[in-house]
Each structure stands twice: as structure tokens, then as C-alpha cells.
Design a protein around this ligand. Structure first.
Ligand code: 5GP
Length: 212
């Protein structure tokens, strides 16, 4: 039997690393790739479309979906629920799509347990200065939210060792190329974490409560 889990690719990254751009690019370049649309209870942003970026629901609806076991994984991130719907995920895998789940490390942990054989990629920003710049310049969130996201980035990065591959997102093309080479040959002998990635990780984990 073909292992459908192999077609499931988890991509996690601290907020502001550019993972949405990467996922969009992967889909544009590879017709066999789809991205899962998560459910969330956070507010819709002006540039987002309900049903396309997320399915935006109330806490009541989300909690009733949890009870009905409708999520493959779910987590509370930045004080809001986010979850991957099971039905749509299985449908995409059964149609032989490679399905990307753009989820946080808590969700990645659940997928690792539930769907062994799936792949997981952790994206890093090129540097902490660059992450601060990206978080501040996109101006989608309040100052408090930006600070919260920067502090969360440090916690996220501490989870890097659980992922199959850690990639520094220096530019879209090379990051997508590396993800595709992992998808196409998951058993490569390439190390999961490069020296460059380790240096970025170290710069964050040695921060000791630095503020943005
Ligand atoms: P944002 O609010 O910026 O769109 O996403 C915030 C965080 O939630 C990101 O780290 C994103 O990857 C994560 N996230 C989005 N959808 C899901 C999901 O379905 N499950 C989990 N566990 N995390 C998600």
C-alpha cells in the first residue's frame, strides 16, 4: 500500500519568517501541491478572505468541532484556536496531492504522532534583526502583538530539533528548492540542520529576554 502520510508536509516557522509566501510559491510552481485551509477563532485581517486564508469561526463553533473530533490537530496560538480539518486533509491525500500544513510546533507534534511518515520542515528567518524588521514592517498587528510574536519566536525556535529539516529562509527560490528536494527524496543523507541554521538558532536562544 502507498504511504499517503509521505504526502503530508508540515511547515512551521516563527511568525514573520515568510512561510505563507513560501507556501504560495510552492503551489504556483507545483500543480500537485495544495495547502490546507485551517479553521481559526482569531479576527479576519483586511487582506484576508474567509474560506481561502482561513475559515473564521467563533470559539463556540470551534469548541463544538473539537468535541465532534473534526480536527486532525489543533492548538491555541497567541490566545486563539487554530486547527486542521481532518476530512479535507484526508480527501486531498486520497487524491494524491502533496498537502502542506502551515501550522505551529504544537500542531506539528500532534501530526508527528498521528501521521508517522509525514515530513516536517522548520523555517528560520535569516537573522533576528531581519525577523524584527519583518514583524514591525508588515504592520498587521498592534505593538503588543508584535512583541508577543517576537517572544514566541524564541520559544518556537527551541523546538527545531523535532523537525526533519531546518531551513534558513534567505530567499524564496532556494528555500522552495530545498523543500521540494526533501519532498522528492525524503531519505537523503543531508543533515537536518546546517551550520548556518545552527548559528541563527544560537543567536535567538542566547537572547535572554531581549525586547524588540
Ligand atoms: P497567523 O495568525 O499569523 O495567521 O498564524 C499564527 C500561527 O498559527 C502561525 O504560527 C501559524 O502557523 C499557526 N497556525 C495556522 N493554522 C494552524 C493550524 O491549523 N494549526 C496549528 N496548530 N497552528 C496553526
Amino acid at each position: 500500500m502507498v504511504d499517503k502520510n509521505r504526502n503530508l508536509v508540515v511547515i512551521s516557522a516563527p511568525s514573520g519568517t515568510g512561510k505563507t509566501t513560501i507556501v504560495r510559491h510552492l503551489m504556483q510552481e507545483n500543480k500537485n501541491i495544495r495547502a490546507s485551509v485551517s479553521y481559526t477563532t482569531r479576527n479576519i485581517r483586511p487582506n484576508e478572505t474567509n474560506g481561502l486564508d482561513y475559515v473564521f469561526v467563533t470559539v463556540k463553533t470551534f469548541e463544538s468541532m473539537i468535541i465532534q473530533n473534526m480536527f486532525l490537530e489543533f492548538a491555541n496560538v497567541f490566545g486563539h484556536y487554530y486547527g486542521t480539518p481532518t476530512k479535507e486533509t484526508l480527501e486531498a491525500l486520497n487524491q494524491d496531492y502533496t498537502l502542506i500544513l502551515e501550522i505551529d510546533w504544537q500542531g506539528a507534534e500532534q501530526i508527528r504522532l498521528k501521521r508517522p511518515g509525514s515530513l516536517s520542515v522548520f523555517l528560520l528567518p535569516p537573522s533576528k534583526e531581519e525577523l524584527k524588521k519583518r514583524l514591525t514592517s508588515r504592520a498587521m498587528d498592534s505593538t503588543d502583538q508584535i512583541e508577543l510574536r517576537f517572544q514566541e519566536a524564541i520559544k518556537d525556535i527551541e523546538q527545531y530539533s523535532y523537525f526533519d529539516r531546518v531551513i534558513v529562509n534567505n530567499d524564496i527560490e532556494s528555500t522552495c528548492e530545498e523543500i521540494m528536494s526533501l519532498v522528492n527524496s525524503p531519505h537523503t543523507t543531508k543533515p537536518a540542520v546546517s551550520g548556518e541554521a545552527l548559528a541563527v538558532i544560537k543567536s535567538f536562544t542566547e537572547l535572554g529576554g531581549e525586547k524588540i
